[in-house]
Design a protein around this ligand. Structure first.
Ligand code: MG
Length: 299
């Protein structure tokens, strides 16, 4: 009997590039022995329901779209009683997570990885009652990273780009926060924070730190304190350009769990999508919770 696949795709993702590839993608799945049920998402949030409320009997769920669509499919899978392997055919513009997993940009090669690759047990982030796959962030750079086309980023480069953000610092809002982590409490005013399980964020490779592993049960955390004078601003810029770990204004560390509290609500982004405003956030690593299909040679 043929194996059963639920294929959930966002027809609008990445300039609708799936339209010219859909027949070939399904053909690859069928040739590998799957009977495919295709489901084009109709609205935001739709993919969560499609996966969570799927009928019994599927062997695999495959997702095509940007990071937001993948986030929804994984959310649906984490809410399901039976957790199945997830395949990912990226179609968005950034696809940080796919890059971290070495999933090809070419949709047909990615489809081949889904059926001929191997399963990798990847960590998932718990964010209060929700989830994220590779980044939860607040503050200044969140809009900078996600609002700019990849071409511009490639031309400007990582450093120039961050400097652009830092230049705006004096005018930018800071968040008074209490952060509890690894039995330590950090208090102060912060411009930016990101909790990541990825080699790149917003298309920038290496921004999240060294020795990143997606299945080690820990996140990389980066926090930037509010500068108080122009000299501070220069120091922050220099630390970002050098990718220096230790700086008076930048904290980087790894953790399994993190609590962020504030008097005023703070807006978060989860995997590049709006994640709500929160006064208290508990972020926790869900160790190897997601079975995702990756290339055989993925380390
Ligand atoms: Mg990790």
């Amino acid at each position: 009997m043929a194996k059963q696949m639920l294929f959930v795709y966002n027809p609008r993702a990445g300039k609708a590039q799936i339209r010219s590839n859909l027949l070939d993608i399904i053909d690859i799945f069928v040739k590998a022995g799957y009977e495919v049920t295709a489901y084009p998402t109709q609205a935001p949030g739709d993919a969560v329901k499609a996966v969570q409320e799927r009928r019994a009997g599927y062997d695999m769920v495959v997702c095509s779209g940007g990071d937001g669509t993948l986030d929804e499919v994984v959310t649906g899978m984490m809410k399901s009683e039976e957790r199945l392997p997830v395949g990912y055919v990226p179609a968005g513009s950034t696809n940080d997570f796919a890059n971290s997993l070495k999933i090809p940009k070419n949709m047909l090669l990615a489809a081949d990885v889904v059926v001929n690759g191997r399963t990798f047990a990847c960590d998932v982030g718990k964010f209060n009652n929700g989830i994220f796959i590779y980044v939860a962030a607040f503050g200044i750079f969140t809009d900078v990273s996600y609002g700019t086309p990849q071409d511009t980023k490639n031309v400007l480069g990582h450093a120039a780009y961050l400097i652009e953000g830092v230049k705006r610092l004096p005018a930018v809002r800071a968040y008074p926060l209490k952060i509890t982590c690894n039995d330590e409490v950090i208090e102060g005013e912060f411009l930016y924070g990101m909790v990541t399980n990825s080699h790149s964020v917003g298309g920038f490779r290496g921004i999240t730190g060294q020795n990143v592993a997606l299945d080690d049960g820990v996140f990389e955390v980066t926090l930037i304190r509010k500068p108080t004078n122009p000299l501070d601003i220069n120091n922050i810029i220099r630390a970002l350009v050098d990718k220096r770990v230790k700086s008076e204004h930048i904290y980087t560390f790894t953790t399994r769990k993190l609590k962020v509290e504030s008097e005023d609500p703070v807006a978060w982004t989860l995997d590049g999508e709006f994640g709500g405003e929160h006064q208290a956030v508990v972020i926790e690593s869900w160790h190897q919770a997601l079975a995702i299909r990756v290339p055989q040679e993925m380390g």
